[in-house]
Every structure is written in C-alpha cells, then in structure tokens.
Write a protein that binds this ligand. Structure first.
Ligand code: DC
Length: 231
C-alpha cells in the first residue's frame, strides 16, 4: 500500500451504478466519496427554485449573476450510509434525485460557467488525494492525472430498470418508459454537448457492469488497485 492517498476518477453514463461502486470503494479504502452529479443537480435545483428555468429554457444571465450564492456541501450520514447533499445549508438529497431535476440537469450542466465553477470546487475538494470522485469529466478534465480512471457503462435498458427500482423503492410513482427515454436523452446530451462531453479518457479502464453484481465489480477494481500498488 502506498503512503500517498490516491485520486480515483470514475466516469460513465448516467445510472450505471457509478455512485454505488464509488461509495463502496471509498468505504473499503477509507477515502472520501464525492458525487459530482449531485453538485450539478444542486445547481439545477437552485436554478429551478429561483426562476432561472422556465419550460426547459435557462436564463443564463440570471443564473450567472447568482451562481456565487450557490453553496454545496456533503455530510456523511452513518446511519443511512449516505453522503447527504446540502444546498445553502438545506438538505436537498431527495429533491435533487426527482424527475424534474433529472429533466433539467443536462441543460444546466452544459453551461460553461457552471462547469468552470463546479470543476474549481471539485479540484479543491480532491487535490489532497484520498478521494473517489464520480461524474462525467473527472478523468478527462477535473483530475487528468488521477491515479486510476474507470469508465463505467451498462445497457440503457438495464440502467433505466435500476433507476426505476431506486425511485419506486423511495415511493415515487414513475413510469419505466419515461425513465428509459430520460436515460437515452441524457446519454445523447452528455456525449454531444460542446462543454466537456462525456468521453472515455485514453488511459481509463472500461467497466461494463451489465452482468456484474456489486461485489464482483468491487473485487475487480480492488485487484486493479493492488496491481498498481494503490491498495
Ligand atoms: O450522475 P448523475 O446522473 O447524478 O448526473 C446528473 C447530470 O449531471 C448528468 O446528466 C450529467 C451531469 N454531470 C456532468 O455533466 N458532469 C459531471 N461531472 C457529473 C454530472
């Protein structure tokens, strides 16, 4: 095991279980987990709550002027074993996972000034090492020198089913077809946007977890870390 704590970047499509793997891995290594999707979701909620999103159109001028008022933090909740997300001191963990935020987050996260601010915050949170950070541009933009880069994916139908199960378990009444459409639309928007599109870093390892369970994925990653002398 090396002395310096590593930076582990996990990128990939939406709803392919990045956060589950990232959380498990952080726990196993005693590292901090940072969910950058939650940060873009929080900015989206802020924009919605303050009237900067109207029928899917973003008032970029308004959002830009108010972005400095967005304060995002995480607090680990040991009982529920979750990293609770706070927006300006208020827990937004449930609100940011709903379909309304999901439907607007691609547009908000495509804005250059939003990305610039989030990337600065993410670099400040992680540059000491000892972190597992998941998102879309962690290995390509936020930490291009990360010690390990993973690119995760799974088929769109499997990802939609997982999202459906997750939301249903929370008591939300949702429609599978709608969720599948949202997953496919976000894949498209995330991969084709101008600012930091989702792409696999040249030195990332691909993890397709369509047929792998949680334990198998974690085992696979730990093996890679051991080979690299990082665990
Ligand atoms: O991982 P997620 O589904 O919670 O992410 C929500 C959205 O935020 C997703 O549509 C893409 C965007 N995102 C991003 O552009 N860059 C990141 N590093 C993380 C998320």
């Amino acid at each position: 095991m090396q002395d310096r704590k590593a930076i582990i970047a996990i990128d990939g499509h939406s709803s392919c279980g990045k956060s589950t793997v990232a959380k498990d891995l952080a726990k196993e290594l005693g590292y901090v987990y940072i969910d950058t999707g939650a940060m873009y979701r929080s900015v989206t909620l802020f924009a919605m709550n303050n009237g900067f999103v109207n029928n899917g159109t973003i008032d970029e001028g308004g959002l830009s002027k108010n972005l400095e008022k967005v304060n995002i933090s995480f607090k680990y909740q040991p009982e529920e074993k979750i990293n609770e997300t706070f927006l300006n001191g208020e827990s937004v963990e449930d609100a940011i996972r709903g379909l309304e935020v999901s439907n607007n987050v691609s547009a908000v996260s495509a804005i250059a000034f939003v990305r610039k601010r989030m990337v600065e915050l993410q670099q400040a949170m992680g540059n000491q090492g000892g972190i597992v950070m998941d998102g879309r541009d962690i290995g390509t933009v936020v930490f291009p020198d990360a010690d390990l880069k993973l690119f995760m994916t799974a088929s769109a139908s499997i990802r939609a089913q997982r999202r459906y199960d997750e939301l249903t378990a929370k008591g939300e009444v949702v429609n599978y077809e709608e969720i599948l459409a949202n997953v496919e639309q976000r894949d498209h928007l995330d991969s084709t946007r101008k600012e930091s599109p989702l792409r696999q870093a040249d030195d990332a390892l691909v993890l397709d977890n369509s047929d792998l369970n949680k334990a198998e994925q974690l085992e696979w990653i730990i093996e890679v870390l051991k080979e690299r002398n990082l665990a």
